[in-house]
Design a protein around this ligand. Structure first.
Ligand SMILES: Cc1cc2nc3c(=O)[nH]c(=O)nc-3n(C[C@H](O)[C@H](O)[C@H](O)COP(=O)(O)O)c2cc1C
Length: 394
């Protein structure tokens, strides 16, 4: 069967700036299934899950791999903080690449949101000291320059491990309030040194230094066509206050592109229909976030829209202001979304889920333990489906 006429733009090939040709515009977006071991090793269930989705999209990004033990957000997430992880990561890369997709591993440090690190060590790090009450009373330790250098080295080492494991690329995430974002944000960064908020250059410095270090490893050790991606949240607001504006973000991206050769920028945030979220403050107030980002950066770096894209029509709509469209939760319950659409069987796409499908969908039995509620913020899957997924680990 043939792709329906109106969805053909989604099946136009796309070339990343490094020459990698992608068969269509879909991306399997990063999502942790929380099914690795407590020590951060990839499990057989992780592999089966990835393999079942090997044909889901031509570009695939793993869930968050933590680059050091103080950066762990998910209890059963997986680690890339030590060479001992390489063997499992190798298998994960192979599983994802089984049908020819490009496999990217997402490198993350959750900073002050590293709740597992807080549980294990009673300590989390951020740009500046903060006293917080949730989930228990604790202090966020401000990172010393030595700690900053250490974390940057960990990013570089993680990139080296990704190359050794056979991934086709790495994605550095600064989105959704991970450590890099908190340095850029005036909400969480109160420093007065060269990493502080006196000006955009200083706020950008940590992110730039991470990217510079990662790029150096790629230049030296990776194959020519190794992919470097970046994920960011284009605006940060709290009521009427601004952590950073979209103008700041675009400036940040320009600085990042001065030190690193990025092959895509994925935009991400929280909420419903993120792909058509509008700007809350400043001169672009009310405009589509992705349109503003696309207007400024298209031609310099491919843009990937994500969040809330759970139907072919929404994918098409998202493509208006993006080159690629990423889906996370929809591919949990419908790994064949893109194949069906390609074959003109869009009527067969089914985002619902019942426990009998567990084996066919290769969803780990205890998947999403404690984190199904994250799906409530995005809401790409129906309430009913989320209820079914909640039952998995009960
Ligand atoms: C259970 C769960 C785990 C997630 N894990 C990650 C992750 O590891 N890295 C990341 O960048 N985003 C993660 N996200 C956010 C998603 O990538 C995405 O932004 C969000 O689900 C909205 O997109 P969707 O509507 O396509 O699902 C996660 C979301 C959920 C629901």
């Amino acid at each position: 069967m043939k792709t329906s006429e109106q969805y053909r733009p989604l099946f136009k090939t796309f070339n990343l700036p490094n020459g990698t040709e992608l068969d269509n515009r879909f991306v399997l977006s990063p999502m942790i299934t929380n099914s690795s071991t407590m020590e951060g090793y990839v499990t057989r269930e992780d592999l089966a899950y990835a393999e079942r989705r090997a044909g889901s999209a031509p570009l695939q990004i793993t869930g968050a791999a933590y680059i050091e033990e103080y950066g762990q957000l998910f209890e059963y997430g997986f680690s890339i903080d030590d060479d001992r992880n390489i063997e499992g990561l190798k298998q994960l890369a192979q599983a994802m690449k089984k049908d020819g997709a490009k496999a990217i591993v997402q490198l993350t440090h959750a900073g002050r949101f590293a709740k597992i690190s807080l549980k294990d060590f009673g300590v989390v790090y951020g740009p500046s000291k903060m006293n917080l009450k949730s989930p228990v009373e604790h202090t966020v330790l401000p990172m010393t320059k030595r700690k900053i250098r250490h974390v940057i080295t960990q990013y570089a080492d993680a990139t080296r491990r990704a190359i050794k494991a056979g991934f086709d690329g790495v994605e550095i995430s600064s989105a959704q309030r991970l450590l890099i974002q908190t340095f850029f944000s005036t909400f969480s960064n109160k420093r007065d040194d060269e990493y502080g908020t006196q000006n955009l250059e200083n706020r950008s410095r940590f992110g730039m230094e991470v990217m510079e270090a990662v790029q150096k490893v790629i230049d030296k050790e990776a194959p020519q066509d190794f992919i470097l991606g970046f994920r960011g949240t284009p605006e940060e607001t709290r009521g009427n206050e601004i952590g950073y504006s979209v103008e700041d973000f675009i400036d940040f991206m320009n600085r990042i592109m001065e030190v690193a050769n990025i092959h895509y920028l994925a935009t991400a945030s929280w909420g419903k229909n993120i792909y058509k979220q509008t700007i809350r403050h400043g001169k672009y107030k009310g405009e589509f976030m992705n349109r503003v980002v696309y207007d400024h950066l298209a031609g310099q770096v491919p843009i990937m829209a994500t969040g809330g894209i759970n139907s072919p029509d929404k994918a098409l709509e998202a493509l208006e202001f993006a080159d690629l469209v990423g889906m996370s939760t929809p591919l949990v319950t419908e790994p064949d979304f893109v194949t069906k659409l390609k074959d003109g069987q869009e009527n067969q796409i089914n985002l619902g889920f019942s426990p009998e499908e567990l084996a066919d969908l290769a969803i780990p039995e205890r998947a999403f333990k404690d984190i199904v509620e994250l799906m409530d913020f995005g809401g790409s899957l129906s309430e009913e489906t989320r209820q079914e997924l909640r039952k998995l680990y009960k």
